[in-house]
Design a protein around this ligand. Structure first.
Ligand code: PA5
Length: 466
């Protein structure tokens, strides 16, 4: 197995950051809990909502079908549009940005060597209208992704697109839709069968935010020409690494344990800060995973715990000029996770010129590669000196294998942390209230009582509206 990720937890420790840091005694104090979490996660692997832990092992055959389908899509279509939201959108976006050219859609066709790619995860009318301005629906394959097959946002997008396709293509409209959904449950599967859509299935026990390594993520990635089997290999190898109960050798377990202690010490914010544009949307994906999985009011014993840590996305070096002031001098309530890249896919030299200007001369003859990583070292140093908890994950390079490892690492870290917190990592009851209120306001059948409840809710006072 190739070592492509390095985890450096030094700056989480009191020896480095002082009184706010974590001591060896604190680690000892929660070791038993971490080992218990490890055992529980291992015991549940592949069962219930931990079906995602089987994905690195059981998707190879499906990947063959996906690769065949992707070949056809790449040959026949100029645009590929994902319609989905949450876990049905963030993974495809993250992997696209991580592994393809950073200005992929702007490249000429022969350099792109694949369809233009869009992930539509909002119902902003201007966004939908703007999409339709830049694609040609007749040359587009739409991938409707929804595990539940009931998500209003995705289904409304589907209705708009399918209506448009039918108006342009009549009975051939169905050849422009691929449905990715549950094999049995939900509306999309019923529609897919009726309309004869090409369909891929989201396996049982795989929730949205844990679904990147099944057809949800694999099909869009394969359409982009990404080696999905290599991604699965990366995930498989990270799973192998996480099999050990030796905390010092299991990075996901160690990271979960440290985050658990940090949370208990009032570190309520988890900043994800890649120093690479390619990993920018891995932060978005992580934010959903960490927030929806760990943000729970009650634990398994029914005790009110109000667990979780607010994830924040940040980009190095860009946010050094926006957020880092707060991270260094604001409240002691954050853990910063740096994502570093050792070998970028490009080297850009900084040329000589204006050597007589001291503010620029020291840059001359160097590279942007050296500059970005030096700025990371410097920011890490500044945060550590200011007593702020941080740790660093270094990717040897950003490729299918390392990204597969990285995503799987975060899923394992989340699973372990959820088990340590004794909460249900896999549900999202806090999202339901808003969903149900939308249904009621939109007049969905069966939500009449909710509508009455909404109508009798306290009215807003005009004096607070200016
Ligand atoms: O993680 C989750 O389960 C959610 O965030 C879902 O991904 C999101 O709500 C979309 O759900 P669905 O795939 O059912 O449309």
């Amino acid at each position: 197995m190739e070592k492509v990720l390095t985890f450096d937890f030094n700056n989480m420790m009191s020896g480095m950051v002082g009184k706010d840091g974590i001591s060896a005694q604190q680690i000892e104090g929660v070791k038993a809990k971490a080992l218990d979490a490890h055992a529980k996660v291992a015991e549940q692997a592949g069962k219930g909502w931990q079906g995602w832990m089987d994905l690195p092992y059981n998707q190879d055959k499906i990947a063959d079908d996906i690769i065949d389908c992707a070949k056809e899509v790449r040959a026949k279509f100029d645009y590929f549009v994902v319609l989905g939201i949450g876990g049905s959108a963030l993974g495809p976006s993250a992997v696209f940005t991580a592994l393809k050219h950073l200005r992929y859609n702007d490249l000429p066709k022969e350099k792109r060597n694949g369809p233009k790619f869009y992930v539509e995860d909002n119902v902003d009318p201007e966004r939908m209208a703007s999409l339709l301005d830049v694609i040609d629906a007749e040359k587009t394959m739409f991938n409707v992704i929804t595990k539940s097959g009931a998500t209003s946002e995705t289904m409304s997008q589907f209705l708009i697109i399918y209506d448009l396709l039918k108006s342009k293509l009549g009975h051939k409209a169905n050849r422009h839709i691929i449905a990715t959904t549950d094999m049995q449950k939900g509306n999309l599967i019923k529609i897919a069968k009726k309309e004869n859509f090409k369909t891929f299935y989201i396996p049982d026990g795989v929730g949205g935010r844990f679904s990147e390594l099944c057809p949800v993520g694999l099909l869009p990635a394969a359409v982009l020409g990404i080696d999905v089997k290599r991604m699965l290999q990366g995930a498989r190898d990270m799973d192998g690494i996480c099999k050990t109960a030796d905390i010092s050798k299991n990075p996901a377990l160690f990271a979960a344990l440290l985050m658990y202690i940090a949370m208990n010490n009032g570190k309520n914010i988890s900043v994800m800060m890649p120093y690479a544009d390619s990993l920018r949307l891995v932060s978005d994906w992580y934010c959903q995973l960490w927030a929806e999985s760990l943000g729970k009011s009650a634990d398994y014993d029914g005790k009110l715990v109000y667990a979780g840590q607010t994830p924040v996305k940040s980009l190095g070096v860009t946010d050094q000029h926006s957020q880092v002031q707060l991270y260094t001098e604001g409240p002691f309530d954050k853990v910063v996770t740096f994502l570093a890249v050792e070998n970028f896919r490009n080297t850009v030299k900084i040329p000589y010129g204006f050597e007589d200007v001291p503010d620029v001369s020291f840059l001359c003859g160097s590279t942007l590669n050296k500059l970005i990583n030096t700025e990371l070292d410097a920011t890490e140093y500044a945060l550590t000196k200011a007593g702020r908890l941080n740790f660093r994950i270094t990717l040897k390079q950003v490729d299918e294998y390392s990204v597969g490892q990285l995503l799987y690492f975060f899923m394992m870290q989340t699973a372990y942390c959820g088990a340590m917190l004794n909460i249900n990592t896999y549900n999202q009851p806090g999202v339901e209230e808003g969903k149900n209120a939308t249904y009621a306001m939109f007049g969905k059948k069966g939500y009449e009582a909710k509508k009455q409840e909404l109508d009798s809710a306290p009215k807003k006072d005009a004096k607070y509206i200016i």
